[in-house]
Design a protein around this ligand. Structure first.
Ligand SMILES: *Cc1c(COP(=O)(O)O)cnc(C)c1O
Length: 342
C-alpha cells in the first residue's frame, strides 16, 4: 500500500516515497547483523522490549502500545476491526495519503474523502461529513502529500465534536519534521481521549522503511484489539531491535532531522523564488500544486535524473533527499512553461 511500485529506477535520485536519504542511525546496522544470526528463531510476537521502550519514552503504560509491520498494517487492522463492511464509513481528507483509500476499500468499508481547503484539512467539513454510519475518521497530521499541519487547538475542537462511537485515527508519520507550538503530538494532547488512536512509524525520520515497523498508542481495549489482530510474528527481530536502537540514538536523529529541515528550506525558497506557490511544509517533502502542469514537471525531473511523485492534474510531491537533488529539482521547475522567462 506504499506509493506505486518502483520497479525501474529512473535516475539516481528517488524522491517519490518520502524515504530518508541517510544510512541507518548509529548502532542500528550492528543490531540488525546480530539479529540476522538468529533468523532460525521466531521473533518475540509481543514485541515486549520495543513496546517497553516506547512506553517509557511516551510515558504511557505498555498496555496502551501496539506494534505492527509498518503503520499501514496498523491502519488496516484498525479499519478491519472498527469499520469493516458496507455500513462503515471512513472520513478522511483528500488529497491525502493513498494508503487510507486503499485500506478502506480492502475492508469493504465506504470511503468518505473530504476535499482539502487551501492544502489543509477542512475540519469543519470533515465534522460535517460524519453520519450515523461513520466508524472512523482519519487525520493525517502533518498531511501527506501537502505537508500542512492541523493546530493543537483545532484538533481538540474537532475531536470534541465527534460522536463517542467514532474512532479518531491520528497519523503522525511525519511529526518529527514539525517544530513549534503546533507540532503534532496527539499522544500528549489527545491521548486522554478514549476514542483517539495515534499511529507513528519508524519508516520516515528514523530511516527504517525497509524493516517495516510502526506503532500505535491507544486506550487499552483498542491497543489490545490491535495486538490480537496482528499478524503472528509479523515484526521481525531485526525490526524490533533496530527500532529500540534507533530510539536510543535521539541526538543523532535530531541532528539529521535538523539537516533535512534546513535542506527543505533551501528547496522551498528556491521554488518560491521562481514564483511558485509552495505551502509551508512540516514534513520531509514539499508539495507543488501544479495542476495541469504536473506531468511536464515530473518529466523534466525525470530527465534530470530525479523521480518525484506525480498526482496527474493535481500536483507533485517531492521528498527532501540528497543535497544534490535540491538543485536539480529547482532547475527542472525553472523550465515550467508558464513561468516568466528568466
Ligand atoms: C509513509 C506513511 C505511512 C506508512 O508508513 P509505514 O510505517 O512504512 O507503513 C503512514 N502514513 C503516512 C501518512 C505515510 O506517509
Amino acid at each position: 500500500m506504499a506509493d506505486s511500485p518502483r520497479s525501474l529506477p529512473t535516475g539516481p535520485y528517488d524522491l517519490s516515497a518520502n524515504e530518508n536519504p541517510f544510512a541507518p542511525l548509529p548502532g542500528v546496522l550492528e543490531t540488525v547483523r546480530e539479529a540476522a544470526s538468529g533468523v532460525n528463531r521466531y521473533p518475540d510476537p509481543a514485541c515486549t522490549e520495543l513496546r517497553a521502550a516506547l512506553a517509557r519514552g511516551l510515558r504511557v503504560p505498555a498496555e496502551r502500545v501496539a506494534v505492527g509491520a509498518g503503520s499501514v498494517a496498523l491502519i488496516r487492522d484498525l479499519l478491519a476491526e472498527y469499520a469493516a463492511g458496507p455500513d462503515g464509513e471512513v472520513v478522511f481528507a483528500w488529497r491525502g495519503y493513498e494508503g487510507y483509500r486503499a485500506a478502506v476499500r480492502l475492508v469493504g468499508a465506504v470511503p468518505v474523502p473530504v476535499p482539502l481547503r487551501a492544502d489543509r484539512h477542512d475540519l469543519a467539513a470533515m465534522a460535517g461529513a460524519v453520519t450515523e454510519r461513520t466508524r472512523v475518521v482519519v487525520v493525517c497530521n502533518p498531511n501527506n502529500p501537502t505537508g500542512t499541519v492541523v493546530g493543537r487547538k483545532e484538533l481538540d475542537r474537532f475531536l470534541d465534536r465527534l460522536p463517542g462511537n467514532v474512532l479518531a485515527v491520528v497519523d503522525e508519520a511525519y511529526r518529527d519534521f514539525a517544530a513549534g507550538p503546533d507540532a503534532p503530538d496527539a499522544v500528549g494532547t489527545a491521548g486522554h481521549r478514549p476514542g483517539v488512536v495515534v499511529v507513528r512509524t519508524f519508516s520516515k525520520a528514523y530511516g527504517l522503511a525497509g524493516l517495516r515497523v510502526g506503532y500505535a498508542v491507544a486506550h487499552e481495549p483498542v491497543a489490545a484489539a490491535l495486538r490480537a489482530r496482528a499478524l503472528p510474528y509479523g515484526v521481525s527481530a531485526a525490526a524490533q531491535q533496530a527500532a529500540v536502537a534507533s530510539l536510543g540514538a535521539r541526538e543523532e536523529l535530531d541532528r539529521r532531522v535538523a539537516g533535512l529541515v534546513r535542506r527543505r528550506a533551501l528547496l522551498v525558497d528556491g521554488l518560491r523564488a521562481l514564483g511558485l506557490h509552495v505551502p509551508e511544509s512540516h514534513t520531509n517533502f514539499v508539495w507543488l500544486g501544479l495542476g495541469e502542469h504536473t506531468g511536464a514537471f515530473a518529466d523534466a525531473c525525470r530527465e534530470a535524473g530525479v523521480r518525484v511523485k506525480a498526482f496527474p492534474g493535481e500536483g507533485a510531491r517531492i521528498t527532501v533527499g540528497e543535497p544534490e537533488a535540491v538543485e536539480l529539482v529547482i532547475a527542472a521547475a525553472s523550465r515550467l512553461p508558464f513561468l516568466p522567462a528568466r
